[in-house]
Design a protein around this ligand. Structure first.
Ligand code: UDP
Length: 414
């Protein structure tokens, strides 16, 4: 059997005040016919990154409505994750030829993982992202199975796409976050719905502004000076270097500005973080007003989710400067907190921000710095956009909606 990730139960009732009555009723109705259904979800890592974040709330909620849901991961392996990170980057458009030996290594570990799945017999499988997707090659009776691809497929590297579209195409259904990610090879089986955040998660609990500033003060951030932040894995697609460039331009106009970049090293499947962090550190040029958070040890006894909550609440502006992003839950979390957000050009960001309505979109350091200063100088505008952002999340991006979308598919498949 694959390694199990332990999860609790979460009652749908607990979300009643947060979602529309219609959605609540629809879920309750769909759930009636699906009680006892065994649904196993598999991804690459139990922590770090958006997929783990989503499963941590979705699986308990499935259990709460009577589905026998479980969450498993494929066994971690360093060389495998190095290869799958390259594959992930290639599918997001990086120039890359997957060498033959890497395909072999990928398939070897996938076969090993598939062997651990042979005796597992759910009614529906949900496999998240390319890391585990290949198991279907080794499991002839692996149906019904859904492949949930969270990455940005706007412009995949053609070679990587050729290899993986064959694998994705073996699934009964494929779920993407945007219709812009649909490709002709998988169109027939594709459905589109974005992921969502859990308003009941510790990280998303209401936090007093002064208290959150007090927390940050103990890590050196001055509570009386403006703060801009980005919470993201140190990853080449997250636009960190351009964000620092924008900050450096801004610093001339707002000398007391502070920038916090939060990317704790957590995800086992992300061996690239250290490299990107080094580039970011170099670019930050030992500026005492740029705070880099990467080592969980830095926090002492404070939990990461409490720190992330505090940073998001205490920031005047939150940036998610991604150039590629399947969706971007960090941004959703900031919007849920009613924050003024500025997002990069990636499709996942555009799924959430409507320019000038619930935040700003920017296409480069110049525009980014212009938008940040506009929000810092005009708190009323920041508040107005932040309020609209929270409404967007309430309407479209809370986890019960994702549950509803899955229940509809289960009904069709089961
Ligand atoms: N996150 C975190 N600590 C960090 C960086 C990120 O807890 O130092 C969380 C963040 O709050 C969000 C998730 O990791 O819940 C990132 O998801 P997203 O979809 O934004 O990006 P991904 O990592 O999946 O590319």
């Amino acid at each position: 059997m694959l390694p199990l990730v332990r999860t609790n139960h979460q009652k749908l009732e607990d979300y009643r005040e947060l979602i529309s009555g219609d959605l609540f009723e629809e879920i309750a109705r769909l759930a009636k016919g699906l009680k006892g259904l065994r649904v196993f979800q598999v991804n690459a890592t139990p922590r770090g990154g958006g997929v783990a974040e989503l499963l941590r709330s979705l699986v308990p909620l499935m259990k709460g409505i009577g589905i026998r849901a479980e969450w498993y991961t494929i066994p971690p392996r360093e060389d495998f994750f190095k290869i799958t990170k390259e594959i992930h980057n290639a599918l997001q458009g990086k120039e890359y030829v997957i060498p033959f030996w890497q395909r072999v290594r990928y398939l070897e570990h996938i076969e090993r993982s598939a062997n651990l799945m042979r005796d597992m017999k759910p009614d529906v499988w949900i496999i998240h992202d390319p890391q585990p997707a290949g198991v279907i090659l080794y499991l002839p009776h692996f149906h019904p199975a859904i492949c949930r691809i969270h990455i940005d497929l706007t412009l995949p590297n053609p070679e990587a796409w050729k290899f993986f579209s064959g694998i994705f195409g073996m699934y009964d259904k494929i779920i993407l976050s945007s219709k812009r990610f649909i490709k002709k090879e998988i169109r027939r089986k594709t459905m589109v719905f974005p992921p969502a955040i859990d308003p009941l998660a510790h990280k998303n609990q209401p936090l007093n502004l002064d208290f959150s500033k007090e927390i940050l003060k103990s890590y050196g951030v001055n509570p009386l000076r403006p703060l801009v932040s980005q919470v993201s894995r140190f990853d080449p697609w997250k636009g960190f270097l351009e964000l620092i460039e924008a900050y450096q331009m801004l610093k001339k106009k707002v000398p007391d500005l502070q920038l916090a970049l939060v990317g704790f090293f957590l995800a086992k499947d992300d061996p690239e973080a250290m490299k990107v962090y080094s580039l970011v550190k170099e670019k930050a040029e030992k500026d005492p007003d740029i705070f880099l958070f990467f080592d969980p040890e830095m926090l002492g006894s404070l939990e990461i989710h409490s720190f992330v909550n505090a940073i998001q609440v205490a920031s005047e502006v939150i940036v998610q400067n991604s150039t590629r992003e399947g969706f971007g839950l960090s941004l959703t979390e900031a919007m849920w907190k009613g924050k003024a957000v500025v997002g990069g050009p990636a499709e996942g960001i555009r799924l959430q921000i409507q320019n000038n309505k619930n935040g700003f979109l920017s296409s480069g350091p110049q525009e980014l710095s212009k938008r940040i200063i506009q929000l810092i100088k005009n708190p009323q505008l920041a508040e107005k956009l932040g309020k609209a952002a929270r409404q967007t999340v309430r309407r479209d991006f809370l986890v019960p909606r994702v549950l509803r979308d899955y229940l509809k598919i289960f009904k069709e498949l089961a």
